[in-house]
Design a protein around this ligand. Sequence first.
Ligand code: CMC
Length: 398
Amino acid sequence: MVVSQTGGTEIRHERTGLVFRPGLEGVPATQSSICDIDGLQGRLSYRGYSLDDLAVHSSFLETTYLLIWGELPTPQQFRDFEHEVQMHRRVSFRVRDMMKCFPANGHPMDALQSSAASLGLFYSRRAIDDPQYIYDAVVRLIAKIPTMVAAFQLIRKGQDPIQPRDDLAYSANFLYMLTEQEPDPLASRIFDRCLILHAEHSLNASTFSARVTASTLTDPYAVVASAVGTLAGPLHGGANEDVLAMLEEIGTPEQADSYLESAVASKRKVMGFGHREYKVKDPRAVILQSLAEELFARFGHDELYDVAHALETAAAIRLGPKGIYPNVDFYSGLVYRKLGIPRDLFTPVFAISRVAGWLAHWREQLGANRIFRPSQIYTGTSMRHWVPADERVNAAGA
Ligand code: CMC
């Protein structure tokens, strides 16, 4: 035996004394001044500004500027940034043509990962410490990711993507490119607030992935593409899709308790619940729930909201004592559904927003870079003698 259990989830390697914590729980992997989470009080701040304030007073683009450059922009800085982003929303016809070759039934997150990576082919890798290169890459990624998400939606329906509209603000323009209709101002504002809420969340899996990729000094398009791939998983950003499937499966508020009982009994995860950092309800879920209610009051109720509410009430009793409460993904799908966003675009919409956080971490990583190269605890066999092919017996594997 080379490893021993030290209690909890730690595993100690006897020869080296190294301690392994699965999932790196509680292990700081970087220092960061971007986002702070108080998981016991349910508080979240970006660069020292509370999420509650940002969701009310800021816009997604302004929050993006704050995250990436550390300070709120002056009016002139904001106008310049907004203008630059607006000028770079279009994507090359080559990218659109490439997307037309994607299978229409492929997942939009896979389409986004491929198209984000393809941007690296168009914008050559210059000195990665050149501030102009960094600024241009930020502008391009923030500007083009929504266009690519909307483009794939139309392409897979057999239509040509529509061009961005320069007279529409960031969020309104995305909803326009997606639905081909100019959105209601309230819908645009609520969508913009959703983007603020999802923009950053410290060292979650996709951001960690972004930082690891950034630490090799590769280009920012590869950084974002690797993060998109990580966000796609059902334990991370992909959970928002699964929440709606689960609510539909439950069907009625009356069935929420029995669903929960059977999930707990069979140790099945309840989607949209639980978080490594929070032991209370995720503050983003609190705001998203109120946004859902605001939307329903204006555009009509959604019965799945009643199911969600009943599930949350039942879960407070069964899961609450373990510190398991709704996370950001629990109510976001209900908001997106009311905004007319198809279910398999929920996670790409998450990516549109989270690219701001990934880029903030990319910059921060470059500012004090050391390549990530953790250790491992080897659990394989000790040294063996080579066995010629005709002497092998009981060979394992396929
Ligand atoms: N439903 C039921 N039990 C749960 C849940 C849940 N959603 N989440 C955690 N638990 C239980 C789990 O069964 C385990 O119990 P026990 O100690 O008795 O075996 C304990 O809580 C610890 O769970 P864990 O999976 O070790 O916790 P983790 O910190 O590794 O995982 C998580 C965090 C978010 C992956 C997990 O809570 C989960 O899988 N939730 C469901 C998927 C989900 O909603 N993901 C979105 C996460 S938030 C947004 C994002 O990151 O994109």
